[in-house]
Ligand binder design. Sequence first.
Ligand SMILES: C[S@@+](CC[C@H](N)C(=O)[O-])C[C@H]1O[C@@H](n2cnc3c(N)ncnc32)[C@H](O)[C@@H]1O
Length: 293
Amino acid sequence: MDKTEGSRTAVLVCQARAVAHGRLAPDRFADPTASALLRPDELAAVERVRSGRPPEGWGPRMEYEFLRATAEGLVPRTVAIDDAVRERTSPQVVILGAGLDGRAWRMPELAGAAVFEVDHPRSQEDKRQRAAGLSSPAGKVAFVPVDFTADRLDDSLKAAGHRADLPTTWIWEGVVPYLTRAEVAATVRDLAGASAPGSRLVVNYQSPSPAASLGRLLARAMRRLSRRPDPMAHEPWRSAWTPAAMRELLTGQGFAVVGDTDLLSLAGALALPVRSRRSLGSGRVLVADRRAG
Ligand SMILES: C[S@@+](CC[C@H](N)C(=O)[O-])C[C@H]1O[C@@H](n2cnc3c(N)ncnc32)[C@H](O)[C@@H]1O
């Protein structure tokens, strides 16, 4: 992550949701909070893509295409996670690596719930400033600074008022790839220890794909050549999980997997146009429920 500011990938995926809002699968996807959380220069890039008119010049065109492709992947992932959250409402919702996620402000299903936004301290400070003018239906929104590479998630949540004796819905979207396998396992151990029966974990992760990795390397090289700011520059991917390995990790911590679907299938079900099939094919959304006892 950038040494001085919050996560740039958090801004990128928020821009992608703003691009998609009202344009992609509008009967199933909506995020009016995305544009509200963006700064004017970030919104200008969104408006360029929403206009559908590619800009002149190689660098600006690269930026335009990257954001457009990211928007296509964000819609199935958001819809799948929202559906899983709505299906089982909990008195507590913890959003891990929240970035510029707008759920605490946009989901009426969270009315009355205690929402805990967990994120790296630098990203969270940035989010707090951006979200200052928004009002939430939740009973409370608590900001909990946690660096998954250094801090204990369970201790930080407890100090913020999270109760391990009440069910929790955990949302872990777009974060697992940025952590090592050991950091992912430690986070699962901590959240499992704070998950009462009835809790649900919704996790988005990447499965290994040599073709998708090669595509990312090429895209990165092209972004470098274009000399435009690269949102991925300071946030390298560190782990990918096969569905079997992710299932084994969660099962070992007392969760039962009830669904695990790739984003390409989810996009197909939403009749979305897909240009980056390899990238969507390796992204997944898994839903797991805490086993009783
Ligand atoms: C791609 S963004 C996803 C944000 C949000 N979940 C979403 O989908 O819109 C990645 C997020 O992971 C967080 N993150 C990455 N490494 C982290 C770490 N070591 N500790 C805490 N958060 C981290 C970043 O701060 C950022 O908010």
